[in-house]
Ligand binder design. Structure first.
Ligand SMILES: Nc1ncnc2c1ncn2[C@@H]1O[C@H](COP(=O)(O)OP(=O)(O)OP(=O)(O)O)[C@@H](O)[C@H]1O
Ligand SMILES: [Mg+2]
Length: 291
């Protein structure tokens, strides 16, 4: 892939949501687009404004969690980014949604923490009574709080769905020391963030982190504690046994489930009210989290 003409940088990766451009230095430019994905499909239309909200939410958490672990963020300020990347020509459409980050050697694992039982964790629990090797109390209800938050890692599949794995399998994949460090850091980040969110009337039901190695050190990469990577619930409306009111993609997932779609691409086009309802939820999430 060559240098993208209007950006002046080479786009090396187009993810479901973000575009990554490489630079002449040891930095990547990560640009959150307005794309939205669910059940591993990119949906249409775009959710205008979503990319900026996501970047601002990650930025907030990256700034707030450096006492726990170093992260990859250099800057999310467009003027600063332009200054740092003289080879790039970033028009105003990049403002707000772009983040300059340190290139990392990615650790190929999704580090998921669950404080409540929902989503794929709930499915696994119903089948086996356990999640990723954690035996859980019997008779848990959907969305119930777990006795203590649990680390439930998953593989990062290049193709298809990520798969939940046991902590033992993670240790085999990345080494025992790294695996236990990933677990410790993820739990600490979850505990810190869920306390902050509780002050704001939000429940952090679960969340996923990614880590990489930068200059030999485990570093938090990717996005952090956003509605794309987490379940954010409204504490005031929370009830065990019910799918809770949320500020994340659940709204879109609920629509897709209800539409009868078989989960094979292409997904049905999102109706206007689902688009506007989604952006309203992301906007509310940023508003509630930040000062
Ligand atoms: N600092 C970093 N260094 C290297 N890779 C990174 C860094 N930060 C994020 N990444 C990777 O960049 C990609 C971000 O794109 P995005 O999340 O949109 O992709 P995706 O379609 O979700 O694919 P994936 O399943 O790989 O996350 C991810 O693959 C993520 O692991
Ligand atoms: Mg991703």
């Amino acid at each position: 892939m060559g240098v993208t003409a209007d950006v002046g940088l080479e786009r090396i990766y187009r993810g479901k949501v973000r575009d990554i451009y490489t630079t002449d230095s040891d930095l990547f430019l990560m640009v959150a687009t307005d794309r939205i994905s669910a059940f591993d499909s990119v949906l249409s239309p775009d959710i205008t404004g979503k990319g900026e909200l996501l970047t601002q939410i990650s930025r907030f958490w990256f700034e707030k969690t450096t006492h726990i672990v170093e992260n990859h963020m250099i800057s999310a300020d467009i003027d600063e980014i332009r200054k740092r990347l003289p080879e790039a020509t970033l028009d105003d459409s990049f403002a707000g949604r772009s983040m300059l980050v340190k290139k990392a050697r990615r650790i190929d694992a999704e580090c998921v923490i669950r404080g409540y039982i929902a989503g794929s964790g709930w499915k696994e629990y119903r089948k086996t009574g356990a999640v990723c090797g954690h035996t859980l109390p019997t008779d848990l209800k959907l969305a119930q709080k777990l006795p203590t938050p649990i680390f439930t890692p998953a593989t990062k599949a290049d193709q298809g769905h990520d798969e939940n794995i046991s902590r033992k399998a993670l240790a085999e994949l990345v080494g025992a020391n790294t695996a236990s460090e990933l677990e410790r850091l993820s739990l600490e980040l979850y505990t810190f963030a869920s306390a902050h969110m509780a002050d704001r009337g939000l429940i952090l039901a679960d969340t996923k982190f990614e880590f990489g190695i930068v200059e030999g050190k485990i570093t938090l990469i990717d996005e952090a504690l956003t509605p794309d990577s987490s379940r954010f619930w409204e504490a005031a409306k929370y009830k065990e046994g019910q799918s809770p009111a949320s500020f994340d993609k659940q709204f879109v997932r609920d629509y897709l489930e209800m539409s009868g779609w078989d989960k094979n691409p292409p997904a049905p086009t999102l109706p206007k009210d689902v688009v506007s309802g989604t952006i309203a939820r992301y906007r509310e999430a940023l508003k509630r989290l930040t000062p």
